[in-house]
Ligand binder design. Structure first.
Ligand SMILES: Cc1cc2nc3c(=O)[nH]c(=O)nc-3n(C[C@H](O)[C@H](O)[C@H](O)COP(=O)(O)OP(=O)(O)OC[C@H]3O[C@@H](n4cnc5c(N)ncnc54)[C@H](O)[C@@H]3O)c2cc1C
Length: 428
């Protein structure tokens, strides 16, 4: 294989980069070993959720210049506010082309309900999770119903309701809870406890018995105006199912992210992969890039686990292999490695300083900041400190940001993938 651009890792970052390269006429292949982090995430894109010390950010774009100033080594500082803004808008347009609509509260964060009944600041969410109507309805102290499916063990409506009640925004709302039962003919099972969100989504995708389910929702909701239901209303047909349920019940129904597998993340993943394929991109799933060979400060070729004797070559390469979670970095007893190119990884040498003893420490855990260091063009350095000129890094493999404590995970992944494509397009 010889293409313009080989992207190693097909998560949200590699896919954003691949779509932008392919859209601009480059031949592009993504090689990806396994599932990406989207399958485990909330499916919302966090741009900047928290100040240090966990104070909530309401208007991330108003804060970005100061944030960049105070975090000079952060990925956002390498490309700045304008690129971040263009990247998020581009991302929304691309998934929209595949029928997935994202909500953004203009330049502000919105606050969607989590499966624990807390509110989480995010910048982009699927419209089934948050939208203008829900936002307006929430402002009038409506009755709210939190509804589960009987036997589904990854969601507890009573926990959601009791935590919502503790929030001053909801303490004047009447919140009811209940569970619907899917007809046996839909599940084919006597014991629904075996069903996970993905099984239930597949059942909903078939689109049958919606009238019956709507009747059950109406009964539980009583006088409520809004009903929250776990995000399992289908992977491919969810827009249609949700609007039918809203029409039949007269309620604003919205989805609440569940424990993994994340159906909301899978919808994003499908939309991105499908868009990449539409543009002629080649996605090779289930193969791992074993090693990249460097000659004269450039990647010469790579080999994969399934085809160790074949040299795969590209003019440009992007390393978007994620963090520890996806195998982009590997932690050994006293060191941390980037396994494909043996790039310089930034981390502290004493293992005891890698984590905080208090799991919920407001400053988070230092290891979240570990990663591959790059120059401002996102080129990394080989183990002798030389810049690798035709290799770019993007997404969770980057150092000097903490996706959890800052609430920047999706924002960095999308914007750095977009910017890596930008750098490649400027050189090709
Ligand atoms: C559990 C979890 C929940 C999260 N929740 C949120 C959230 O709610 N909101 C938010 O904004 N962010 C969230 N994040 C952060 C955000 O989702 C991630 O930062 C982002 O998805 C990372 O994307 P990525 O493309 O960089 O990497 P990944 O999604 O990790 O993808 C990397 C891909 O590379 C592949 N790969 C690895 N090594 C190789 C190799 N050698 N060869 C080929 N392929 C390889 C992996 O199999 C994987 O498919 C969450 C992250 C995690 C882990």
């Amino acid at each position: 294989m010889n293409v313009d651009c080989i992207i190693i890792g097909g998560g949200i970052s590699g896919l954003t980069c691949g779509i932008r390269c392919a859209e601009n006429g480059l031949s592009c292949a993504i090689i990806s070993a396994g599932m990406n982090a989207l399958h485990f995430s909330s499916g919302s894109i966090d741009l900047l959720g928290f100040h240090p010390g966990k104070n909530i950010v309401f208007s991330p774009f108003d804060e970005l210049n100061d944030f960049i100033h105070s975090h000079p080594r952060h990925p956002y500082s390498k490309y700045g506010r304008n690129v971040i803004e263009m990247a998020l808008s581009y991302f929304g347009d691309q998934v929209n082309l595949k029928g997935l609509e994202l909500f953004s509260n203009k330049q502000n964060n919105h606050f969607h309900v989590t499966s624990l009944g807390t509110l989480k600041p995010s910048f982009l969410s699927q419209k089934s999770v948050f939208n203008q109507h829900i936002m307006e309805a929430f402002q009038n102290n409506p009755g709210i119903a939190i509804i589960n499916m009987e036997g589904f063990r990854d969601f507890y409506p009573e926990v959601v309701a009791s935590n919502l009640k503790k929030n001053s925004l909801f303490n004047r709302c009447k919140i009811v809870t209940g569970s619907i039962q899917l007809p046996d003919s839909m599940t084919g099972l006597k014991n629904n406890c075996n069903l996970r969100s993905i099984d239930i989504s597949r059942i909903f995708d078939m689109g049958s018995h919606i009238d019956e389910i709507a009747d059950q929702i109406k009964k539980i909701a009583g006088n409520s105006k809004i009903a929250g239901i776990p995000a399992f209303l289908g992977i491919y047909n969810s827009g249609n199912i949700l609007s039918r349920l809203c029409d039949l019940t007269g309620l604003f129904i919205y989805e609440i992210p569940t424990l993994p597998p994340s159906i909301l993340g899978m919808r994003l993943d499908n939309a991105l992969k499908s868009r990449f394929a539409d543009l002629g991109g080649v996605y090779i799933a289930g193969d791992r890039v074993k090693k990249g060979y460097i000659k004269n400060n450039r990647v010469d070729y790579i080999i994969t686990q399934n085809n160790p004797d074949t040299h795969l070559t590209g003019t440009f390469y992007v390393l978007a292999t994620g963090s520890f979670f996806s195998g982009g970095m590997i932690s050994e007893s006293e060191s941390i490695k980037e396994p494909v190119f043996d790039l310089i990884v930034e981390y502290t040498k004493n293992r005891k300083t890698w984590y905080s003893h208090d799991f919920f420490h407001p400053a988070g855990h230092p290891f979240f900041n570990f990663g591959v260091n790059t120059n401002d063009q996102l080129n990394p350095f080989d183990n002798s400190g030389k810049t690798i000129k035709n290799l770019y890094c993007s997404g969770a493999i980057l150092s000097h940001y903490d996706p959890v404590t800052e609430g920047t995970g999706g924002g960095v992944a999308v914007s750095s993938g977009y910017y890596a494509a930008d750098r490649i397009l400027n050189h090709s």
